[in-house]
Ligand binder design. Structure first.
Ligand SMILES: C[S@@+](CC[C@H](N)C(=O)[O-])C[C@H]1O[C@@H](n2cnc3c(N)ncnc32)[C@H](O)[C@@H]1O
Length: 298
């Protein structure tokens, strides 16, 4: 009962998330092999992308960025990754999808320091500190905005969507993925987010449920995650670290497996001026796969 109530809490939210990510950034300040902080993605219907050997260790995390970013053609574009964390996703997109310029931004100072040290010599890849709800960029300055597993930390998603809309050029795209919050039915949460995206002005809302691919990614990456937790987190903090990392048996893993929590990927557009408001309500294509009951621990 108590466990269930605790598992409904939003641990990584608002100020708590800000402090946690600063602490994580400090704890991992010299871990140059750890460049991603997402749950990963594995699709058994198609092979993953070819990666350079140095990118193989965090393949599943890179695959989440790959699945999201390949929904659009980013070649030659100006790209912004909001909530870029340790920079692995922005660097992956920059290296494999050849945008003209990529900027990663994050609220955590320690994450930005790490990225500036780690990727400082990569041409046209920059990192800067920014709050997703109050972005320090000009209007219409990006062709594409990415956001991966970060928005669940934001206290005001309406402000976030308004900021993404503002910094995108007309015709630009917003590639967005995150999981639903605990304590609310996933379908209701997804309806609210979709309505908020619509209110912000986005059109061509397409979404897909990728919970099964996230679970496969977590399964495939489980041993590496446990190893990293034992290496980097002091005894006493490892349980919270397992929840954060989504290892098998953690609440978040069980929530994904039981269907209490869903992971959704969106592809949206900012309309061209002539079509600033959609004539018909935005189209929502949500392919909800059945929950994977075989993964629910007894
Ligand atoms: C789970 S990590 C994901 C990082 C990265 N996207 C990845 O996939 O590796 C969430 C990130 O969101 C950042 N974040 C939380 N609140 C934020 C805010 N208000 N503005 C910008 N970034 C924020 C955190 O500091 C953290 O780096």
């Amino acid at each position: 009962m108590v466990q269930k109530a605790l598992s409904r809490r939003r641990y990584f939210f608002g100020n708590r998330a800000r402090i946690l990510y600063e602490l994580i950034g400090w704890q991992f300040r010299n871990a140059h092999d750890l460049r991603f902080m997402n749950y990963g993605f594995a699709d058994d219907t198609q092979p993953g992308p070819d990666l350079h050997p140095e990118d193989e260790a965090e393949r599943y995390c890179a695959q989440l960025y790959h699945a999201l970013a390949t929904q659009a053609d980013l070649k030659g574009k100006n790209v912004l990754d909001i909530g870029s964390g340790r920079g692995g996703g922005a660097a992956f997109v920059h290296k494999y999808m050849q945008p003209r310029r990529t900027i990663g931004c994050d609220l955590a100072r320690n994450a930005i320091r790490f990225c500036q040290r780690t990727y400082g010599d990569v041409a046209n890849l920059k990192f800067t500190r920014a709050n997703a709800m109050d972005l320090p960029f000009d209007d219409a300055s990006f062709d594409a905005v990415l956001n991966v597993e970060s928005s669940h930390c934001y206290p005001d998603c309406n402000a976030f969507f308004a900021e993404v809309f503002r910094v995108l050029k007309p015709g630009g795209c917003f590639l967005y993925t995150d999981f639903t919050a605990p304590g609310k039915a996933p379908a209701e949460y997804i309806r609210d987010i979709t309505a908020a995206l619509d209110r912000a002005g986005f059109v061509n809302v397409e979404s897909s449920d990728i919970t099964q691919q996230i679970l496969r990614g977590l399964d495939a990456d489980n041993d590496r995650r446990i190893r990293e937790i034992h290496e980097h987190f002091p005894f006493g903090t490892r349980r919270l670290a397992c929840l954060w990392a989504g290892t098998r048996g953690s609440w978040i893993y069980r929530d994904f497996a039981s269907g209490d929590r869903r992971y959704v990927m969106y592809h949206l557009s900012k309309p061209e001026p002539a079509a600033l408001r959609p004539i018909a309500p935005s189209k929502l294509v949500l392919a909800v796969e059945p929950a994977r009951t075989d993964q629910v621990p007894a």
